[in-house]
Ligand binder design. Structure first.
Ligand code: C2O
Length: 475
């Protein structure tokens, strides 16, 4: 019943937009295929695997098309972002730091995958995913490092193409985001970690939204980010898509199908990947089914009460360690039990975070690090990483500029810190690059980052009836 209604609604929408987009094709999103495509795990996949061979074959063919052809490699990358002039249809439409991060990228990958299927001649092709949280997949997959392959790109940061560079697993850990139960909070957290950090660490083209999608590794990275959406939902516990948010449901985006015809989509067309888009991820639990016409009765979201506000001047992050000290004397009584609490969460909020240009580096953030301790990303004192990709970077936005904000969960760090010091909480920022030959490295900082405001806050999950509230994350 619901499916029929939403199909009808979709067709009405499609009819209304047909006049706007010339040559719009009708695509069959509702048809359920007997066998859904399976997006496979890249782990252990040989370079000769048909999935990787077809991917390379399609890229080669796409690079031979003129850049004004929507099926060309350059045009597809420009839909995400480009500095090229021309302003062709759908260029520079990627969404970061907004409500539409997951949904826009799901649509983008879906049409890209159909184009690869066509351009490779491999009708069963599905985009693999790069599970860099798996200990055996923290370096760039070998097939992408072979300089004779179409999957190779020279423009990557130091060590990635030789296999010397790898991710520090602490900086990619999705568990903080997974814990959050409100959609926009979880999405924002997972966008920063692992998503942004993968971009910043790989660097080169991947480090900048206006070039990122020319690197073939972009798409296997985003396949994983899209998989994380399903995994987040599958945890249950009230987690749900924000169907009460009209903009989230109805924002219309333009892409191109494999015939080069413009197509439009809204979030309502992509809620159920298997059913509406015909794909599943290898190894995922069964997908949660949500329907646009069925708004959940309750939504969960996080309310935040500021406990401690850093009164000092804005903090500048550069190539050196920076420490500020938060005075906690007045709050020690209250913080100690909170830090152990299971129902209330303590957050470190970094607000009005911005840089003029891509900083080219990330900063690990430590709270309560005892004096004369070497910062160790695996210690309980590391609470997160500041990795800026698009949001917060002034020169890299095709939308109105918005500063970035971070909320790191700090219960564990505060509990550890207060065992030795109940007066001051040092907050330390350490510039960090990828691991090189398994050892910590410092990335070269190309532009400093400014943090306008720092708070220690208490967050409580609240259940509200009906629609998504206007929260602190409305952008
Ligand atoms: Cu739109 Cu990972 O970038």
């Amino acid at each position: 019943m619901n499916t029929n209604l939403s199909r009808r609604r979709f067709l009405v929408t499609a009819g209304a937009t047909a006049a706007v987009i010339a040559g719009r094709s009708v695509y069959d999103v509702d048809k359920v295929w007997a066998a859904a495509y399976t997006r496979r795990n890249l782990g252990g996949m040989a370079a000769t695997d048909p999935v990787l061979v077809s991917y390379g074959k399609a890229i080669k063919a796409m690079k031979m098309l003129p850049g004004t052809d929507p099926l060309s490699w350059g045009y597809q990358a420009a839909i995400h972002g480009t500095t090229l002039p021309g302003g062709y249809t759908a260029w520079n439409t990627c969404e970061h730091g907004t409500h539409f991060f997951w949904s826009w990228h799901r649509m983008y990958l879906y049409w890209f995958e159909r184009i690869i299927r066509k351009m490779s001649g491999d009708s069963s092709w599905a985009l693999p995913y790069w599970d860099y949280n798996d200990a055996s997949q923290r370096a760039l997959p070998a097939a992408f490092r072979d300089s004779s392959s179409e999957l190779y790109l020279m423009d990557r940061g130091f060590g990635w193409n030789t296999g010397a560079a790898s991710f520090d697993p602490n900086r990619l850990d999705p568990s903080n985001g997974n814990l959050l139960t409100s959609f926009f909070d979880a999405q924002s957290s997972l966008e920063q970690q692992p998503h942004n950090h993968v971009h910043v660490d790989i660097g080169g083209a991947m480090g900048d939204p206006s070039t990122a999608a020319i690197d073939p590794v972009f798409f296997v990275h985003h396949s994983n980010i899209d998989r994380l959406w399903n995994l987040w939902l599958a945890q249950g516990g009230g987690r749900a898509d924000p169907l009460g948010d009209a903009a989230w449901r109805n924002n219309n985006y333009t892409f191109f199908d494999e015939k080069g015809q413009a197509v439009q989509m809204t979030a309502c067309d992509i809620l159920r990947a298997a059913e509406q888009l015909n794909y599943i991820y290898e190894g995922e639990p069964s997908q949660v089914k949500e329907y646009c016409l069925k708004v959940p009765r309750f939504v969960l979201f996080l309310i935040v009460e500021v406990l401690i506000h850093w009164p000092g001047p804005p903090v500048e992050l550069t190539g050196k360690d920076v420490t500020v000290e938060l005075d906690i004397r007045q709050f020690a009584q209250r913080l100690a039990p909170l830090a152990e609490s299971k129902t209330e969460q303590v957050f470190l909020e970094l607000k009005d975070v911005e840089a003029e240009r891509s900083p080219g580096a990330a900063w690990d953030v430590y709270l309560g690090l005892p004096p004369n301790t070497v910062p160790n990303p695996g210690s309980p004192f590391r609470v997160g990483t500041v990795s800026l990709f698009s949001a917060g970077i002034r020169s890299k936005t095709h939308k109105q500029f918005t500063p970035e904000h971070f909320e790191f969960r700090v219960n564990r760090a505060i509990a550890a810190a207060m065992r030795t010091n109940k007066e001051k909480l040092p907050l330390t920022f350490v510039p960090a690059g990828p691991l090189i030959d398994g050892k910590a490295s410092r990335a070269e900082v190309k532009a400093p980052v400014h943090i306008g405001a720092i708070n220690i806050s208490i967050g409580k999950v609240e259940k509200r009836e009906g629609k998504e509230p206007e929260g602190p994350h409305q952008k």
